[in-house]
Design a protein around this ligand. Structure first.
Ligand code: DGJ
Length: 684
């Protein structure tokens, strides 16, 4: 699909029209706007020369098209072979500065998405300081667009916000060193009338896990410039002569099938061209965190393992507390040695005894952190990030390791490797529980301190790359106090991410709806947690908690033995549903049919297999609907001409019949109701 840019209008810079005094480049669409020369809107590139000048003007020099897609050095990036995609490289140059900018665009055979990335090279004789290098700009007429962003907080991640664009700058950002709970590296522009299944929607997503800016700016001519990239605030990169800087990749999609179409393009793209472990088996698991927090020993874990074995749950994940002297949050991060008082015989013995029960072992680590009360800190206090002359800021009683330094990364990695080799560990939950505050590294000279936050992210990527290379069979799940770093950058390394510490079913519906706007269901860690919820205190029936977690990577985060008999009796059914529906939810096309966030009553989604032979509808009523008739959920995505049988009732209709006539959900006057319906193609 292509939308013509407004090319007929010439810009009015004063050297072409000396009487013009108000618009300059405001009426001209830039593919990659640089600062200066009358570009008064948000630039993608801004720099300062040795003499202090800041103007940069980029002109087309050449282009080439080649099959395939090159990797981006040191950064996560989409992949695709020469048969699957082709790349356009456009070279721009500022002749006065001899700065070269390469814009790369990759298009794919199988998914309607474009990847963009930018490399800036200093061809001049003096060093330059880059203060802005965004990854993409998109210039459009403002056809009555709404802006959609994702926002939230800890335990309320990824809430959808939709509002009409207004004049000026608006959007989302992070300055916390992580992509953050508060905002998300994504924005969408859609027609005001766009719905889940119709209307124009543009989506932009950044493959990056640190500070970012996702912004739409409406100018005096009602044009919109949407930009995405590393946040310029605090950023600075010294570019020596001959050196280059690679900005992270942006993924752009455009849909005429509304927000649902936009999401499905992102899902396909991330599953097929970004997530490397997408096809890895996603085991059911029992996580120890809400079951016992720090309060466990070998026997307690084994008891959890026995209950996991009883139901055929595949993994026991030993969360925080198995190492050093870690009995609470105040100590031991950085000392990744088993606490033998708690676990005599170590993870090895535990792993072997679990294996005898038929249960695999998973563990938790927080490799980016250091506790002041740790052997590592006592030996290397300088490994923690700190600003000279200031006491470093504690958060959750911990400090951040300076991952910009190779010796620090090597020290952490050595320990991770030792732990993983010491026992039969199949899964690692990599956590990160605080933002970056003391952004300073002694390894960098003063004029390079603005590079620290980005170099931290590069250090993190290097660590995770080493990990997935050396331990290809390990299932890695990223986590950041829940969903504080749920972004495409982290998905490149781990096929699933812990979506939120809030696993309470009703709140989770909202969080998962927002997450699914961009990410496939296969990316979301989703568990049945303790009730009343430790996070929001709500009492939600066990069956509903199971159904809310079902679409994601399913697990339990409680002591199964403490459940009532009725609840325990539901576990085999929940696990069976995950076995049955998991593959469809992870690989199919997803349609959001109803949003609890919008209607405050019920939620529903549908997944259709790629060959359209199978579909499943999940309906979840949260509140009773007083004096209502039955509900009609109009289905989507089916093959109109195929006959589908509803598995539970035997009802047969054509795809068109199901889509136009809808699926009737009986009116039941009760809070908390869940219906799961399968439609299967009738073989003729
Ligand atoms: C925060 C995570 O989000 C939780 O799931 C748990 O792993 C704790 N950290 C452990 O400290």
């Amino acid at each position: 699909m292509s939308y013509l840019l407004r090319l007929e209008e010439r810009p009015f810079p004063p050297d072409e029209n000396p009487r013009e005094r108000a618009s300059f480049y405001d009426c001209f669409p830039f593919e990659y706007p640089a600062w200066g020369g009358g570009n008064f809107r948000e630039p993608c590139l801004r720099l300062r020369t040795a003499s202090g000048g800041g103007c940069c003007e980029l002109f087309y020099e050449k282009h080439r098209i080649f099959p395939g897609k090159p990797p981006l050095e040191g950064l996560p990036a989409a992949y695709g072979g020469p048969e699957e995609c082709a790349t356009l490289e456009i070279t721009l140059r500022d002749p006065a500065l001899d700065v070269r900018v390469d814009l790369l665009y990759t298009v794919f055979e199988d998914v309607d998405a474009i990847c963009r990335s930018v490399r800036v090279e200093n061809g001049g004789r003096e060093a330059l300081d880059l203060s802005t290098v965004l990854s993409a700009a998109l210039e459009l007429d403002n056809d009555g667009f709404d802006l959609i962003t994702l926002h939230g907080s800890w335990a309320r991640e990824q809430t959808i916000d939709r509002r009409p664009l207004s004049p000026g700058r608006q959007g989302a950002y992070s300055l916390r060193g992580i992509s953050s709970h508060q905002f998300h590296p994504f924005l969408a522009l859609c027609e005001h009338t766009a719905t889940q299944d119709q209307g124009l929607a543009y989506g932009m997503s950044l493959v990056y896990s640190g500070n970012f800016l996702a912004q739409a700016e409406v100018d005096q001519f009602d044009r919109v410039r949407a930009v995405l990239g590393i946040h310029p605030e605090g950023f600075q990169w010294r570019l020596e002569p001959g050196a280059s800087f690679q900005a992270p990749e942006a993924v752009l999609v455009c849909s005429e099938e509304g927000l649902g179409g936009m999401s499905r393009s992102f899902h396909d793209f991330f599953r097929e061209h970004l997530i490397r472990g997408q096809k890895k088996h996603r085991p059911t698991l029992l996580n120890s965190w809400e079951a016992c927090y720090f309060d466990f020993d070998h026997e307690r874990l084994l008891q959890l393992g026995r209950s996991a074995a009883r139901y055929g749950i595949e993994l026991l994940v030993v969360d925080d507390g198995w190492f050093g002297r870690r009995n609470d949050e105040t100590t031991s991060l950085g000392d990744w040695r088993v606490n033998e008082e708690k676990l005599p015989g170590g993870l090895k013995r535990l792993g072997e005894e679990l294996a005898d029960l038929g249960v695999g072992l998973g563990i938790w680590m927080e490799p980016e952190m250091i506790s002041p009360d740790s052997d590592l800190y006592r030996a290397h206090p300088d490994y923690a990030m700190a600003i000279p002359g200031r006491a470093p800021t504690l958060a959750r009683n911990q400090l951040v390791l300076d991952l910009t330094r190779k010796e620090v990364r090597d020290c952490v990695y050595r320990q991770i490797g030792q732990v993983l080799r010491s026992a039969p560990i199949r899964y690692l939950k990599w956590d990160m529980n605080r933002p970056l505050v003391d952004v300073y590294s002694p390894s960098l000279p003063p004029e390079r301190q603005g590079e620290t936050a980005h170099r931290y992210v590069l250090g993190l990527y290097e660590l995770q790359e080493r990990l997935v290379t050396d331990f290809p069979d390990l299932l890695l799940e990223n986590c950041c106090s829940g969903g504080g770093r749920f972004d495409p950058g982290m998905l490149y390394y781990s096929p699933q991410i812990w979506t939120s510490d809030n696993a309470e079913a009703v709140d989770r519906l909202v969080i998962q709806e927002g997450t699914s706007l961009v990410y496939p269901l296969s990316a979301m860690g989703a568990h049945v947690a303790v009730c009343p919820s430790h996070i929001n205190g709500r009492v939600t029936p066990f069956q509903i908690r199971g159904r809310a977690a079902l679409p994601g990577c399913f697990g339990y985060e409680l002591d199964l033995d403490k459940l009532t008999e009725e609840e325990q009796a539901l576990i085999p059914q929940q696990l069976e549903e995950y076995r049955q529906y998991g593959p469809l939810f992870r690989t199919g096309d997803c349609y959001r049919l109803a949003s609890y966030r919008e209607n405050h009553t019920y939620d529903a989604f549908l997944c259709v297999s790629k060959d359209k032979s199978l579909a499943a509808v999940s309906f979840l009523q949260v509140r009773s609907r007083a004096y209502r008739r039955s509900l009609r959920l109009r289905l989507a995505g089916l093959d109109e001409s195929i006959l589908y049988r509803r598995r539970d009732t035997g009802e047969v209709r054509s795809g068109a019949g199901w889509m136009r006539g809808g699926l009737l959900v009986e009116a039941v006057q009760s809070d908390y109701l869940s219906v799961l319906v399968t439609l299967e193609k009738i073989q003729r």
